[in-house]
Design a protein around this ligand. Sequence first.
Ligand SMILES: [Zn+2]
Length: 167
Amino acid sequence: MTTRNLKEVTAVTSLAERAHATAVFIQRSAAISIHGSHRGEEYARIAVRLAAALGLDADDVTVTPDWLRCRTVPGEPALATVTDSGETYTFLVRCSYVEDEPFELLGPCPECAAQVPLADVRHLADLGMYLARGPAPLTDGPLPSSYPDTFANDEAHTGACGFGAQH
Ligand SMILES: [Zn+2]
């Protein structure tokens, strides 16, 4: 089992085998993580959750600390990155040990171009709806409802932006 990667196991095996392989993936990721075993397990669990939500393999997800937001919000924010067909998608996880929050898809702020949350993604259809319509245009009125609640006050907006934690 340990000589095959997760992708090879998930392609051909039963639910029980895939469950076992996923548990092994988490244990192995924790054991070898440069972030320590505790953080390594949290990151592996994020990879498993995002991979399941998007129909990918956990091996395809890279999880790293979010150094920008870790200074400003409680918990341990992390970034989960997936590259597929030449496109890279980065999702913010505000608190790495909370498992029932949506993934926040990051993309350029329409006003300042900083990488900020543009969509809450709980499953593949949420991503599909966002990709189909893109970010709604911003006006002087209320924030369009398609934006996640965290957009307006996200820490990544530049100082010149009309949004951000300083507003
Ligand atoms: Zn902005």
